[in-house]
Write a protein that binds this ligand. Structure first.
Ligand code: FAD
Length: 423
C-alpha cells in the first residue's frame, strides 16, 4: 500500500477491534480509501477474548430490576457473577440510574426491538462476510444451549422460553435425556435446557479479526499503530491528533469500543454515557471435544465455548472502570464454577486468564450513526453482543457512509434506534 491512502484517506477508522475491522473491510469494498488506526495490534481489545458465541438469541438486556435487590451482594462479593467495585460506585451511579430508567416498559420495549433488529440480521450478515473472505469455516452454526441444574429453575426457564418465543427467537425445550445424548460429557445432574438452533460459535474470535485484517489489507486498507489523542472538524474533513504524526481524512469512523467517549466528545461535542462491563475468560488448552456447541449455565451464569485451541470459560460482569487492574481471580473462579457440570472435572493445566472491556451504554443498544454532515461515523457500544453484531454493523456503516451503495434512492438505512442523539 502506498502512502497515498495515509495522506488522503476517504475515511480514517479509529479502533481495530472486530467492529472497526469489519467496517474497514466493508468501506474498502465500497471503493473508499481507508486507514485504520489503533494503538495496539488489531484485535487486542475486547474482541480478542470474548466467548465467541453468535448470540442472536440474546434479545433482552442483560440487566433487569433484580439488579436493585442484588446491589448489596454486588458490593460485598468480589467473586460473584456481577460485581461492583465500591470505589467505582460514585462514577457508576449515574450510569446505573439511566440503566434502571431504561427498564421502564416503553424504553425496555424500544431496547428489545433495537437488539432484535440487529440480531435477526446478524447470522445472514456474518455468512455474507465470511463468504466474502472465503472463510465460512470460522463459524460453526451448531446452535447453543442454556442448561439448568436445579428443579426450581424449571419455571424460570419455561418463562424465558415463552418470552423468547414472543420475540420470534427460535428455541426448543430439551429434556435431560436429549442433552445427555447430544452432550454426553455433561453431568447427569443437568435437568434440561433451552436449545437455540439459530445461533453458533466462532472457533477463534481473535483469528476472525486477523482474517478480516488480512482481507482488508489485500483490498488496500492501511493499518497504522498510533494512539489517537483527539481531533477536530474542519471545512473539508477531520484532523486527528495522534501520538505520532497528525492525520487528516475526509471522514472518521469512531470504533474504539469502551474507549470511544473521549473522541466522540472531541468531534461531536456530545458526552455519551459509555461505561464498561469488564468480563473475564479462562482458556483451557487441554480440553477438546467436551462440548458440541456453546453451553451456558443458568444458575452459575457463565458460558463454555469449544474453540480451536481448547475450551473457553467466559462471562462475569464487573463494574470497575477502564483504569483499575484486572481481578484475575475472577477468571480462575470460572474453573471453580465448572466443577460438577461434567462427569469428569475440567483440566485447568496451562490455563490462561484474560480480562476485556465490554463497551456498554445504559440502554443496551450500540451507537451506529452518521453525524456532523457525514464527517463523523460512529460504531461502538455493542456491550455483550459486539461479535454477534459486527457484520451487520459493518453493512449499516457501509450504507451510512456511501448511501449510493444501496443502489436505489439515497435513503439512509433504519438506524433510528442507534442514533447518538437519543442520549
Ligand atoms: C468476557 C467477554 C465475553 C464476551 N462474549 C461475547 C460473545 O460471546 N458474543 C458476542 O457477540 N460478544 C461478546 N463479548 C462482547 C464483545 O467482545 C465486544 O462487544 C466487542 O469485542 C467490541 O468490539 P469493538 O471493536 O467495539 O471493541 P474492541 O475490540 O475493544 O476494540 C477497540 C479498539 O480500539 C482501540 N482504541 C481505543 N482507544 C483508542 C485510541 N484512542 N487510539 C487508537 N486506538 C484506540 C483499542 O486498542 C482496541 O483495539 C464479550 C466480551 C467479553 C469481555
Amino acid at each position: 500500500m502506498s502512502d497515498h491512502a495515509t495522506e488522503h484517506p476517504d475515511i480514517a477508522v479509529v479502533g481495530a477491534g472486530i467492529i472497526g475491522v469489519a467496517c474497514a473491510l466493508r468501506l474498502a469494498r465500497q471503493g473508499l480509501r481507508v486507514v485504520v488506526i489503533d494503538r495496539q495490534e488489531p484485535g487486542h481489545g475486547a474482541s480478542f477474548g470474548n466467548a465467541g458465541h453468535l448470540a442472536t438469541e440474546q434479545v433482552f438486556p442483560i440487566a433487569d430490576l433484580s439488579i436493585l435487590r442484588r446491589l448489596p451482594a454486588m458490593l460485598m462479593d468480589p467473586m460473584g457473577p456481577l460485581r461492583l467495585d465500591w470505589k467505582y460506585l460514585p462514577r457508576a451511579l449515574p450510569w446505573f440510574t439511566r440503566l434502571l430508567l431504561n427498564l421502564r416498559p416503553a424504553p425496555f420495549r424500544r431496547t428489545v426491538a433495537g437488539i432484535r433488529a440487529l440480531n435477526e440480521s446478524s447470522l445472514g450478515a456474518w455468512q455474507r462476510l465470511l463468504q466474502d473472505i472465503s472463510r465460512p469455516d470460522l463459524l460453526r452454526e451448531d446452535g447453543s444451549l442454556l442448561m439448568f441444574e436445579r428443579a426450581d429453575s424449571r419455571p424460570v426457564i419455561e418463562a424465558l422460553q415463552a418470552r423468547m418465543q414472543q420475540q420470534q427467537v427460535p428455541v426448543d425445550y430439551w429434556q435431560a435425556n436429549v442433552i445427555r445424548e447430544t452432550a454426553p460429557q455433561l453431568s447427569e445432574g443437568i435437568q434440561g435446557g433451552l436449545f437455540f438452533p439459530g445461533t453458533g460459535h466462532f472457533l477463534d474470535p481473535y483469528q476472525v479479526v486477523c482474517e478480516l485484517v488480512h482481507a482488508a489489507r489485500t483490498s488496500g486498507v492501511q493499518f497504522l499503530k498510533q494512539q489517537v489523542l483527539g481531533g477536530q472538524l474542519h471545512e473539508h474533513g477531520v484532523a486527528l491528533i495522534t501520538d505520532q504524526q497528525p492525520l487528516t481524512a475526509r471522514r472518521v469512523l469512531i470504533a474504539c469500543g469502551a474507549h470511544s467517549a473521549k473522541l466522540t466528545a472531541a468531534l461531536t461535542g456530545e458526552n455519551v454515557p459509555l461505561d464498561t462491563e469488564r468480563g473475564y475468560h479462562l482458556m483451557l488448552p487441554h480440553e477438546h471435544d467436551r462440548l458440541p456447541f456453546a453451553v451456558t449455565s443458568l444458575e452459575r451464569k457463565f458460558i463454555m465455548t469449544p474453540m480451536a485451541d481448547g475450551l473457553r470459560l467466559a462471562g462475569t460482569v464487573e463494574f470497575a472502570g477502564l483504569n483499575r487492574p484486572p481481578t484475575m481471580e475472577r477468571a480462575w473462579q470460572l474453573h471453580r464454577l465448572s466443577k460438577g457440570l461434567f462427569s469428569r472435572d475440567l483440566n485447568a493445566e496451562d490455563a490462561t486468564p484474560w480480562m476485556g472491556f465490554r463497551p456498554s451504554l445504559p440502554d443496551s443498544l450500540p451507537i451506529i450513526d452518521r453525524v456532523c454532515d457525514g464527517k463523523v461515523l460512529l460504531a461502538f457500544g455493542h456491550q455483550h453482543l459486539g461479535l454477534t453484531q459486527a457484520a451487520i454493523t459493518a453493512e449499516l456503516i457501509g450504507q451510512l457512509a456511501v448511501p449510493e451503495a444501496l443502489g436505489k434512492s439515497h435513503e439512509l438505512p433504519v438506524t433510528e434506534p442507534y442514533r447518538l442523539d437519543r442520549f
